[in-house]
Design a protein around this ligand. Structure first.
Ligand SMILES: *Cc1c(COP(=O)(O)O)cnc(C)c1O
Length: 407
């Protein structure tokens, strides 16, 4: 008997020729830009300043207020902000900084830009953030700083880390690219570490196209960051304001007024956007908490999670294929799952340049093959989210080990 497409293929994986759960690709993240954002940018374009004007300071002040910090210094992207923070922390040739392997490579790269060596402390198996006990063990007499990351939006365990840093005379830099609006023990992310870094890339909470910012409570450090952003340039000659001096090496890491106008407008909606992320994340957690196929990272009582991304850990012993095959199958269903992140110490550059390899961070390495990120962004609809859950169910029950009851 000839079998028609509808008989043979409906219900089978799109990866194997079946119909996908949805027709249109759902990305894992995307910006939310509204009419008032567009109007704010146009207004700047029609004015006197498109860069180095008043919008930059206004944006810096507003982000600092929102985050409970005294000063904000904006940069052309989050990576430049990290570089500036590492410089302001005094990291130089031969120095070390302790950080997590489970982050975007920029966190560690920034240490290398300054001539330093990133040392990787392992992560906690529950929150996936850097393990404070592991941090203490990695400190040597060359250590200058600790770089924490709020992985996925879960604020890092800063109290024990700050305590270690104070005792050892180290600077703490919090890479909060995932955590604008988050809170740790009732304090806003941005008010706790010596410096806190934000990114305004379109996948992040609010966007300036490209952009970043360093928050700090220290006026001198803020000034150093501003100088670093602009070639290391100072104007020390009161009677010759046209003259300048390069006091130390800086870069052109400036952001524009166009970008800051967008950022200011976006920041006005930061709470609304975060509430939308929270609602989606809570729904995912409700629906996936009893799945036999995935484990959800822990959310500690003491934090407000900022839900930059929604990460699940696949229970690989319950399925017949690896994470990459699950991702291929999900993407064939038009669900844009992602991987956060390839472990930093295992990138070819770090293996070659620093002699790192497997075995350095056993917890992160054992979790890595299980990581998968589901789509999450404020403009995602309930029906988009149902598609993600339907595709996940379809793919994982297809790949289930025969002894696992369907989730
Ligand atoms: C996005 C991100 C950065 C870099 O930000 P850019 O603005 O893209 O340069 C740094 N660290 C982490 C953890 C990030 O997610």
């Amino acid at each position: 008997m000839r079998v028609g497409k509808s008989d043979s293929i409906v219900g089978s994986l799109a990866l194997h020729g079946g119909d996908p759960v949805r027709e249109v690709w759902l990305p894992y993240a995307r910006q939310s830009v509204g009419d008032e954002d567009v109007a704010a940018v146009v207004e700047v374009l029609e004015g006197d300043w498109i860069t180095q004007g008043p919008k930059i300071e206004a944006f810096e002040k507003t982000v600092a207020e929102y985050s409970g910090a005294k000063y904000g210094v904006a940069f052309c992207n989050g990576t430049a902000a990290l570089h500036a923070a590492c410089d302001a922390a005094g990291i130089g040739t031969g120095d070390e900084a302790v950080t997590t392997p489970l982050t975007f490579a920029a966190t560690a790269n920034a240490v290398v830009y300054c001539g330093g060596t990133p040392r990787f402390a392992d992560v906690r198996p529950d929150t996936l953030n850097i393990d404070p006990d592991g941090v203490a063990k990695m400190i040597t007499d060359r250590t200058k700083a600790i770089l924490t990351v709020d992985f996925g939006g879960h604020p890092a365990e800063l109290d024990p880390i700050m305590e270690t840093a104070r005792r050892m005379g180290l600077i703490v830099i919090e890479d909060a690219a995932h955590a604008l609006g988050g809170r740790y023990r009732n304090r806003p992310v941005g008010s706790i570490a010596d410096m806190t870094i934000l990114s305004f890339h379109p996948v992040k909470h609010i966007t300036t196209g490209e952009g970043g910012l360093v928050l700090t409570n220290d006026a001198e450090r803020a000034e150093r960051l501003r100088t670093f952003r602009h070639h290391g340039m100072e104007r020390p000659f009161a009677n010759r304001p046209w003259h300048y001096a390069i006091s130390h090496l800086g870069y052109n890491y400036r952001i524009t007024d166009i970008q800051c106008a967008l950022g200011l407008s976006q920041l006005g909606r930061a709470e609304e956007l975060l509430t939308q992320r929270e609602a989606l994340a809570h729904r995912y957690r409700e629906r996936l908490t009893h799945s036999p196929f995935v484990t959800l990272p822990t959310v500690l009582e003491e934090v407000r999670h900022a839900w930059h991304i929604f990460v699940v850990l696949l229970n690989l012993e319950r399925i017949r294929v690896d994470r990459d095959e699950v991702m291929r199958a999900m993407r064939a269903e038009n669900i844009g799952v992602q991987l956060h992140y390839p472990l930093v110490h295992l990138h070819p550059y770090y293996r070659r340049g620093f002699d790192y390899g497997e075995g350095l961070c056993p917890v992160a390495e054992s979790l890595f093959p299980r990581l998968m990120t589901l789509p999450l962004f404020p403009l995602m609809t309930d029906s988009d989210q149902e598609d993600v859950l339907a595709a996940l169910d379809k793919v994982l029950s297809h790949f289930a080990q025969s002894d696992v009851p369907a989730g």
